[in-house]
Design a protein around this ligand. Structure first.
Ligand code: IVH
Length: 669
C-alpha cells in the first residue's frame, strides 16, 4: 500500500471511529455492533503499525493504549488544585451561606450544586482543540503527567468539535463505574487474584499503571465539573458547564442551579437516596457560588476556595447482632469469612450478611460472635462492618478462632507468604473447588456451554458424572436424561452445547482451564505467542516472561499448572475429546515472514515503539524474541540507553548489533 493510500484510509477510519464513539458515549446510541467497531479500530491500528509516522496524537487508537510509562513526569499546575472544606450539618451550611452573603456585601447571588463524585481529580489541558495533557492532582501544586492513560478514557475527547476556546484547562473526576468495579473484581476472583477494596482506590491505582493497554481495559470514565480559560469570557459556572457539554465532555446531569440556601437543602434531600442509584460512588454534594466575578471577590485560603463547600452525607448505619461466622471456599481454594447477621434494614435493603474479607479483618475489628456490630452503607456497593459496640459485648465472649481446616473437605488450610487469604490446598478433592472449576470452564467467556448451569453441575458432581471439565465430554444421553428435571429436549440441548464447545478457539480454552492468574487477556497473549498447548506446556520460565505483559508470577503459575500430573492428564483428555488446543491458522496475526528463523534480543528505549510493541512486531514478521545474548543469537536490537554490558557481550560473541532504523528497513518500512 502506498503512503498516500494509507493516509487516506487512516483519515477515513479516524473519522468513522470518532463518529461511532461520540454516538456511544455522548448520545448513548449505537449504529454498529461492538464487533464491527473493534474491526475498524483493529484496521486503524494495523495501518498505524505499518506507517508509524502517520499516527496522529489524537488518533482514536490511543483508546486501546499500548504505551509504557516507566516514570510519570511531575508537572506544575497552572492554578493550584485546591480542596474543599467539608460540612456535615444544615447548621454549618447556613453558616457558610451567611459568610457568603457577608463577603458579597449582601449583593444577590446564586448557587450551583453538583454531586461530590468519589474518584480521582484530573486536570486536562486542551490547545487548539486537542487534548495535550492529563495530570493528577498530586499535592495540589504539582501532579503526575498521566496523559497516555487519560487518553484511554473513552468519554474524554481527544479532539474537540465546534467552537472551543483556543486554550483551556478542564477539571473533573475520573472514576471506575460501580458496574465495572464489580466486573473487575469478579474477574480477579475468578483467576485467583485478590480483589480490590473499593472503586475509588482502584480508579486511582489504574491511572498510575505503567501499561496503558491495561488501563484501557478497566473501563474508567470521567465527569467534568469545571473549566478555566484566558481566551474566552465565561461569566458563570453554569456557562462553563454548558460549554463543557457543548464541547462533548461527559458532565453528570445531576447538577442544579439554586437561588438560595433553602433550595440547596432541598437539593441535598433530593439526592440523599437517589445518589445510590447513580453509576458511580458519591459521598456528598458540592455547593458553588455561580458568578465567576463573585468567586474572585470571595477568593480562597491556601487550602480551599471560600466560594465553595462540600456537604458530606452521613453513611447510613445500623447496629445488629453478629450471629455467627461462616466460611466460603471459592474455585481457587481461597476462603472468605462471612458475617451472619440478624437481618437489619439499611439504606432501603435488608442486610443479612457482610463479607469479613479475611482473618486480618476479623482481628482488626476484633469482632466476636454475639457482638452487636455497626453495619454501614455509604456510597459503596456492599455493606460493611465498621466496628463493635463494646459496651454490649456479652461477658463470656471470646476472640474468633479462625478455622484451621477447610469447612468443605477438612484439609488443613495454608496461607501463602504475603497473602491475606487462607487457602484449601486440596485442589482435586475439595467439592467447591472442583465444581467451581467446571463452572469457570463452561462460562460464556470461556467454553460458552450455556445449557449447563450451577445446579446441573451440582447434580453431575453428586452423581460422580463430572469431577473435572474433561468428564463433560464423556457424558451420554442416558446419563444426562436420568438427572432430575431433564427431559428429551433439555438433554439434547446440553449435548449440543457441549458439542459446540469443541469449536471454541484455543485462547478461550486456555482461559477456561482456570490456570491461576491467567485471565482472558493473558490467555490471548500466551495463545498467540506459543500457538499450541504443547509448546506452552514445555515453555521455560525465561521463555514465558519474554511474552509481553507476562510477569514472574504468571510465568510461575503456568509452570506449576503443567508441572502437575493431574492437569497434564486433563489436558490430554481434552485433546482426545477434540477441543481446540492450538490456534487456527487464520487467527495468527503474522504480517510477513521476513524474519523467519531469526532471533532477537531487544534492549534500551526506542523512538517509534515501546519494547513490548517491538517484540510483538518481531513476532508478527516471523522472528523470535529471546532474553539472553548467546553465540546463537542473530541480532541485538539496540535502542537508547542500552547497558554497556550487553553491548560488550554482543561484540565479544560476534552478534550483529542493529538500530531501530536498521530494523525498520529489515521489515521493509
Ligand atoms: S470542584 C476547589 N466539584 O473533591 C476544588 N470537586 O475536596 C474545586 N470533587 O479534589 C473542586 N466532585 O476531586 C468539585 N462536583 C465537584 C466534585 C469535586 C468531586 C472532588 C475533587 C476535589 C475534591 C475537593
Amino acid at each position: 500500500m502506498t503512503r498516500e493510500q494509507a493516509q487516506k484510509d487512516i483519515d477515513e477510519l479516524t473519522e468513522k471511529i470518532n463518529h461511532y464513539n461520540d454516538l456511544y458515549y455522548q448520545k448513548d446510541t449505537s449504529e454498529i455492533s461492538d464487533y464491527e467497531f473493534d474491526q475498524l479500530l483493529a484496521k486503524l491500528i494495523q495501518l498505524e503499525t505499518e506507517f508509524p509516522d502517520l499516527k496522529q496524537s489524537h488518533s482514536p487508537s490511543q483508546r486501546v493504549g499500548g504505551t509504557i510509562t516507566k516514570e510519570f513526569e511531575a508537572v506544575r499546575h497552572k492554578h493550584p488544585m485546591l480542596s474543599l472544606s467539608n460540612t456535615y450539618s444544615v447548621e454549618e451550611l447556613e453558616d457558610f451561606d451567611k459568610r457568603i452573603a457577608k463577603g458579597l456585601n449582601e449583593e444577590p447571588y446564586e448557587y450551583f450544586c453538583e454531586l461530590k463524585f468519589d474518584g480521582v481529580a484530573l486536570s486536562l489541558t486542551y490547545e487548539n482543540g486537542l487534548l495535550i495533557r492529563g495530570v493528577t492532582r498530586g499535592d495540589g501544586t504539582q501532579g503526575d503527567d498521566i496523559t497516555n492513560n487519560v487518553r484511554t478514557i473513552r468519554s474524554i475527547p481527544l479532539k474537540l468539535r465546534g467552537n472551543y476556546p483556543t486554550e483551556f484547562e478542564a477539571r473533573g473526576e475520573a472514576f471506575l463505574p460501580k458496574e465495572n468495579f464489580i466486573r473487575l473484581n469478579k474477574e480477579r476472583e475468578d483467576i485467583g487474584e485478590e480483589t480490590y477494596a473499593n472503586a475509588r482506590n482502584t480508579a486511582s491505582g489504574s491511572l498510575k499503571m505503567q501499561d496503558s493497554s491495561i488501563v484501557a481495559k478497566r473501563g474508567l470514565d470521567c465527569y467534568l465539573y469545571s473549566m478555566t480559560t484566558d481566551t474566552r469570557e465565561v461569566s458563570t459556572h453554569e456557562k462553563s458547564i454548558d460549554l463543557l457539554i457543548e464541547m462533548g465532555f461527559n458532565v453528570s446531569p445531576t447538577y442544579a442551579k439554586c437561588s438560595n440556601i433553602k433550595e440547596v437543602i432541598d437539593y441535598i434531600l433530593l439526592w440523599e437516596q437517589k445518589r445510590l442509584d447513580l453509576p458511580l460512588e458519591t459521598d456528598g454534594i458540592v455547593i458553588k457560588v455561580n458568578s465567576v466575578a463573585q468567586q474572585k471577590l470571595l477568593g480562597a485560603t491556601a487550602k480551599s476556595p471560600r466560594w465553595a463547600i462540600a456537604y458530606k452525607y452521613k453513611a447510613e448505619n445500623a447496629t445488629t447482632l453478629l450471629k455467627g461466622i461462616t466460611y466460603q471456599v471459592g474455585r481457587t481454594g481461597a476462603v472468605t469469612p462471612v458475617a451472619e447477621l440478624e437481618p437489619v434494614l439499611l439504606a432501603g435493603t435488608t442486610v443479612k450478611r457482610a463479607s469479613l474479607h479475611n482473618a486480618n479483618e476479623i482481628t482488626r475489628l476484633d469482632v466476636r460472635i454475639g457482638d452487636t456490630v455497626f453495619v454501614e452503607k455509604g456510597g459503596e456497593i456492599i455493606p460493611k462492618i465498621t466496628g463493635v459496640m463494646l459496651e454490649m459485648r456479652p461477658v463470656d465472649s471470646h476472640e474468633v478462632e479462625y478455622i484451621t481446616h477447610c469447612p468443605e473437605c477438612n484439609t488443613s488450610l495454608i496461607r501463602h507468604e504475603g497473602e491475606a487469604a487462607h487457602y484449601c490446598p486440596n485442589l482435586n478433592g475439595c467439592p467447591p473447588q472442583i465444581k467451581g472449576r467446571i463452572e469457570h470452564f463452561i462460562q460464556r467467556k470461556a467454553m460458552n456451554i450455556d445449557s449447563l448451569g450451577e445446579r446441573t453441575i451440582g447434580l453431575l458432581f453428586d452423581k460422580d458424572l463430572a469431577k473435572s471439565p474433561a468428564d463433560l465430554y464423556d457424558l451420554t444421553y442416558d446419563a444426562i436424561f436420568q438427572l432430575e428435571g431433564f427431559k428429551d429436549l433439555s438433554t439434547k440441548n446440553l449435548l449440543s452445547g457441549i458439542q459446540a464447545s469443541r469449536e471454541i478457539s484455543f485462547d478461550r480454552v486456555l482461559f477456561a482451564l482456570g490456570i491461576r492468574y491467567v485471565g482472558r487477556t493473558v490467555a490471548e497473549k500466551l495463545a498467540n505467542y506459543f500457538q499450541n498447548i504443547d509448546r506452552l506446556a514445555v515453555a521455560s520460565f525465561e521463555e514465558l516472561i519474554e511474552v509481553p505483559e507476562i510477569g514472574d508470577r504468571i510465568a510461575q503459575s503456568v509452570i506449576d499448572f503443567f508441572g502437575n500430573e493431574v492437569n497434564r492428564v486433563e489436558v490430554e483428555r481434552l485433546k482426545s475429546a477434540g477441543i481446540q488446543l492450538e490456534l487456527a491458522q487464520q487467527a495468527s496475526t503474522n504480517i510477513s515472514d521476513v524474519l523467519n528463523g531469526k532471533s532477537f534480543v531487544v534492549s534500551g528505549v526506542f523512538e517509534n515503539f515501546s519494547r513490548d510493541d517491538l517484540k510483538e512486531t518481531i513476532k508478527n514478521h516471523g522472528g523470535k524474541v529471546i532474553s539472553a545474548i548467546s553465540g546463537k543469537l542473530d541480532f541485538l536490537l539496540a535502542g537508547d540507553k542500552m547497558g554497556p554490558a550487553k553491548k560488550d557481550k554482543a561484540e565479544k560473541l560476534d552478534v550483529q548489533i542493529i538500530s531501530e532504523s536498521d530494523f525498520l528497513k529489515m521489515i521493509d518500512r
